[in-house]
Design a protein around this ligand. Structure first.
Ligand code: RAT
Ligand code: ZN
Length: 411
């Protein structure tokens, strides 16, 4: 294959390979208003709110008092009309509109609103999954949230294209609140984490893994995350999460490096990033070889040591370019490095989509970069005389876009 042929082949296979998106904040239609979609949700994505509040003459508190349409109007005017939308999050909105067949050149926000108003959520889910070629959407499910919990208690997610994840931030990060919610739910727990409490927390984890059919348990952790440690978090991980995770053969996902609310006025847009310690990850992988860990880190500075750690431990599956890393220059850098260190044994991307439509742009943009890196890597092989077949390319790309995840779950 010439480089041109290889490029065309890889692009075609990337387009045609169905994706498992292993971390999103999307929901099935069963969850009603929790499933966000459409132009106003796209425009009020917290990534764009942060960019707007940086440049607009309005205090955050006043922004949050506006209704959703007014917020979206302001974001549109500020980031798309008064200046060119060249940030990644802005460009994403345009990619979505373009792939939906809307006229980006018209800049007609009202027209876009009318288009979305003409669709039902069911129709739109089908359309987005088809356009993005996402086959499985892995959700983030929080049993500590009363709105979400009540849906699970009425039967939960009924669309098999969506799979659940048991998210544990309230238990592991804001433990006193988490424990008091468990008490309200009828678990016999107390703040001091007695033996009885630890056993009740394990019962809670098992109950909710069952109720959700969760594929893994997950938590987002601050840069200061340490393990082992003499604190409630480490006790809960050691005595509850790890044993349940092992017994159930369900991985524990750690998303490490978020500094919560460095600017509290920005709410969801107010979190930042800090450098974390790889030693906690290494310790867990080394000392709990029967456990499986899915790990992503938020700081660019942690990416090299994380990829090296993944070379050491087969129970560590590295995934995604998370949040502030989900930008073309960083995706490219990380994907090259990870491929060089790990070959095909990792998961290059997840979308983190909070708005259904974002599956379209996040995957279109990432596919393009993954393709670029792969073309270079297979071309380098070609120069040694190694010839890759189409079937081999399909096999390799299937692994990266989801196969590695499913096989890791089965391991
Ligand atoms: O990327 C995001 O939207 C963040 O706000 C977080 O949701 C983060 O991805 C998380 O899962 O905590
Ligand atoms: Zn997320």
């Amino acid at each position: 294959m010439t480089r041109e042929e290889l490029t065309a082949k890889i692009e075609e296979i990337l387009e045609q390979t169905p994706i498992t998106d292993i971390h999103t904040h999307l929901y099935t239609n069963d969850f009603g208003g929790l499933l966000l979609w459409g132009i106003d949700e796209l425009l009020t994505y917290h990534y764009l709110v942060a960019e707007t509040l940086r440049v607009v003459d309005l205090e955050p508190a006043a922004f949050w008092k506006l209704d959703k349409t007014q917020q979206a109007d302001l974001v549109w005017k500020t980031l798309f009309v008064d200046r060119s939308p060249i940030s990644e999050a802005c460009r994403g909105v345009l990619t979505c509109l373009a792939k939906l067949g809307l006229d980006v050149e018209s800049r007609d926000l009202q027209g876009y609103r009318e288009y979305f108003a003409s669709l039902t959520p069911e129709q739109y889910i089908d359309k987005v999954l088809e356009l993005s070629n996402v086959e499985t959407v892995v959700m983030t499910n929080d049993p500590f949230d009363p709105a979400e919990r009540s849906i699970w208690e009425q039967g939960g997610a009924t669309d098999p294209r969506f799979r659940a994840v048991l998210r544990l931030d309230p238990l592991l990060v804001t433990t006193p609140q988490g424990i008091s919610i468990l008490r309200e739910l009828g678990y016999n727990v107390e703040a001091g984490l007695s033996k009885e409490t630890l056993s009740e927390v394990r019962r809670f984890l098992n109950d909710w893994l069952d109720k959700m059919g969760a594929l893994y348990m997950a938590v987002s952790l601050p840069p200061s995350f340490a393990f082992p440690a003499n604190n409630l978090q480490a006790r809960l991980i050691e005595h509850c999460v790890l044993p349940v995770s092992r017994e159930r053969n369900v991985p524990f996902a750690m998303m490490i490096g978020v500094k919560k609310l460095v600017n509290p006025e920005l709410i969801l847009a107010g979190d930042s990033v800090g450098k974390s310690c790889i030693e906690a990850v290494e310790y867990l992988c080394a000392n709990y070889p029967e456990n499986k860990f899915l790990v992503t880190m938020l700081a660019r500075e942690n990416q090299h040591e994380l990829a090296v750690a993944a070379r050491k431990y087969k129970n560590l599956m590295l995934f995604g370019c998370w949040w502030f890393l989900n930008n073309p220059s960083l995706i490219e850098e990380m994907t090259r490095m990870r491929t060089e260190l790990l070959g095909l044994s990792y998961l290059p991307q997840h979308s983190d989509a909070r708005v259904l439509d974002q599956l379209i742009y996040k995957w279109a943009h990432s596919r393009e970069i993954i393709g670029k890196v792969l073309v270079d890597k297979y071309s380098d092989l070609g120069r040694t005389g190694w010839k890759v077949t189409e079937a081999e390319l399909k096999r390799d790309i299937e692994a990266l876009l989801g196969g590695n995840f499913w096989r890791f779950l089965e391991m």
